[in-house]
Design a protein around this ligand. Structure first.
Ligand code: FA5
Length: 345
């Protein structure tokens, strides 16, 4: 029996030495030291031994058991340490390697132009207002002096969702909403940037979805000269101090009188060229004094309050400022086009 125990010890120790993983090691532990293992079996059979043999075999069996357990424990520590080292080696980071460059995005040219226009007007004391793109016919047309069936509605071909709901065709409904919110009490000084939608055929200067920026000032003693002064400051800051503006009579149902503003052509200095169609001027926005009907409909006393409003298309402003020849470049997101605006960031 002593012989058998020595053999078991040698066998187990050899297996532990050869084991290559924690699972295998555990299997050896169970096989030799477990309840159904050969050492337990030897101990169980001790009853059959003589009184002299019993303590000797008992002590040896315990010795063997401890020797195997110690060997397993030592091997387990070694395997665990090796696993940690292997993991560390695999996950090590060479902090001296140069970083991989990350491509940074840029602001879209339209975002830039809108923010530039916003900053300019905020500098003159304006606040930013916003309104819904899915709009009620009432705010888009009726509250702007364009009752149902009014022929001037044809100026803005519309996407209707129901009889009373449409995609707004301009940012002017934000005027009507803001005035209504003020409940007949001035003053108001806002600009409203946002998307608008029209059933226009897409070409180099038209898009079915585009941006507008609306401006509205309401107060006592607001005059046409205030409008002209404001637009003059805007044009010079936006396009350069050397640019001139001119106001031409026009028609919008919500303003009276109405004007369109042109700026002198940069390409030819006002002498006439292809860009300005040989007129020396380029149209950039519509404007006018808020129509008394519009003020009254929003609850303002038009004898006490007057106002001016203007509406411009930032795409067309960006086209002029950056020399872009087709409005569709702003929407197709060709990075070769967009990257040209990255330099200024
Ligand atoms: C209007 O939309 C008026 N609401 C502007 C206004 C506001 C006048 C306040 C008076 C007082 P108009 O339809 O002209 O006006 O459009 C204004 C600007 O939007 C144009 O000058 C142009 O720059 C731009 N625009 C119009 N249609 C398109 C289009 N299909 N694609 C791109 N830009 C457009």
């Amino acid at each position: 029996m002593q012989e058998r125990l020595k053999e078991l010890q040698a066998e187990a120790i050899q297996k532990v030495d050869q084991s290559a993983g924690l699972k295998e090691l555990n299997d050896i532990r169970v096989a030799y030291l477990g309840k159904k293992g050969p050492i337990t079996e030897v101990l169980r059979g001790m009853g059959k031994l003589s009184a002299e043999e019993r303590p000797v075999i008992g002590a040896l069996a315990n010795e063997v058991r401890e020797a195997i357990a110690a060997k397993i424990e030592a091997k387990q520590s070694a395997l665990e340490e090796a696993a940690v080292q292997e993991k560390l080696a695999a996950e090590s980071i060479d902090v001296t390697l140069p970083g991989r460059p990350v491509k940074a995005g840029n602001h879209h040219p339209l975002t830039k132009i809108i923010e530039e226009i916003e900053d300019l007007f905020i500098g003159m004391g304006y606040e930013i207002a916003e309104g819904p793109e899915v709009e009620q016919d009432y705010y888009n047309f009726e509250a702007l002096n364009l009752p149902k069936g009014h022929p001037a509605r044809d100026m803005q071909d519309s996407f209707y969702i129901t009889e009373e709901i449409l995609l707004r065709t301009h940012t002017s409904p934000v005027q009507a909403r803001t005035m209504e919110k003020h409940q007949g009490k001035g003053p108001i000084k806002i600009i409203c940037p946002g998307k608008v939608y029209r059933r226009d055929n897409d070409d180099a200067t038209h898009s079915h979805q585009f941006m507008q920026i609306e401006g509205l000032v309401v107060g006592e003693n607001i005059r046409m000269s205030d409008l002209k002064g404001t637009l003059n400051v805007f044009a010079k800051k936006m396009f350069g101090e050397d640019r001139e503006i001119r106001l031409r009579p026009s028609f919008f149902p919500f303003t009276e009188p109405s004007v369109e503003m042109d700026i002198s052509c940069k390409m030819c200095g006002g002498h006439g060229c292809n860009v300005c169609k040989h007129t020396g001027w380029i149209e950039i926005l519509g404007a006018g004094m808020v129509h008394p009907n519009v003020l009254e409909m929003a609850g303002y006393d038009s004898k006490k309050y007057t106002g001016f409003a203007f509406g411009m298309g930032p795409e067309r402003i960006a086209m002029l400022k950056y020399g872009v020849d087709d409005i569709r470049h702003f929407y197709t997101n060709d990075v070769r086009f967009l990257n040209q605006f990255a330099i200024e960031e």
